[in-house]
Design a protein around this ligand. Structure first.
Ligand code: MN
Length: 198
């Protein structure tokens, strides 16, 4: 059984950029739902195997992908945010950003534009793609569509309405601009250091 992660900061720590109310709803209701449903799906899959009955396999595999990806992306998201104390990419990560996106400003612009243009509910994700040996920015519809299999997500932004609507309504760009103030590069640097680059 998987357990919810603890947030590494208090519920009001991201104010004013990400309100306490939004974070509480996001963590206590939405994220909890993904964890609970992943556990439920694991249990149902276990029962299917025990009973040798795979009648509902299509639905179960879909739920596993949806809820499971929901858990993983939310945990990356909650921990790649932090109190608005400025952090920055490590020397190593900045070198890679400069190599793959010209410079930090262009990276930030591409990430922001990709996030603004996520269709309906989804995510904006900086990944390391080992086959291409480079950083890429991806949009992700729902949690599991349009993924690039084998990639390693480094830095994610939740573009589902529940993540910003309470505070920013339809002003997606305002949410994204505010988000840049609470990016925790220390955590992203750690994730980047842990990958095996060629
Ligand atoms: Mn969310």
């Amino acid at each position: 059984m998987i357990k919810m992660i603890e947030l590494p900061y208090p519920m009001n720590a991201l104010e004013p950029y990400y309100s306490k109310e939004t974070l509480e709803l996001h963590y206590k209701i939405l994220y909890k739902g993904y964890v609970d449903n992943t556990n439920k799906t694991h249990e149902q899959l276990e029962n299917s195997r025990k009973n040798n009955d795979f009648t509902n396999i299509k639905c179960l595999e879909k739920n596993l992908s949806f809820f499971g990806s929901g858990v993983i992306l939310h945990e990356l998201f909650f921990t790649n945010m932090g109190p608005a104390i400025p952090t920055s990419p490590s020397v190593e990560l900045m070198e890679q950003i400069n190599k793959d996106f010209i410079n930090y400003e262009t990276f930030k612009k591409q990430f922001t534009q990709a996030a603004v243009n996520v269709e309906a509910s989804g995510w904006c994700i900086l990944v390391w793609e080992p086959r291409f040996n480079k950083l890429e920015i991806l949009q992700c519809e729902k949690h599991q569509n349009l993924t690039l299999w084998g990639c390693i997500p480094l830095f994610v932004l939740d573009m589902w309405e529940h993540s910003y609507y309470l505070q920013y309504q339809t002003k997606r760009p305002d949410y994204i601009n505010a988000f840049w103030n609470i990016v925790n590069w220390n955590e992203i640097n750690k994730r980047f250091k842990n990958i095996n680059k060629n």
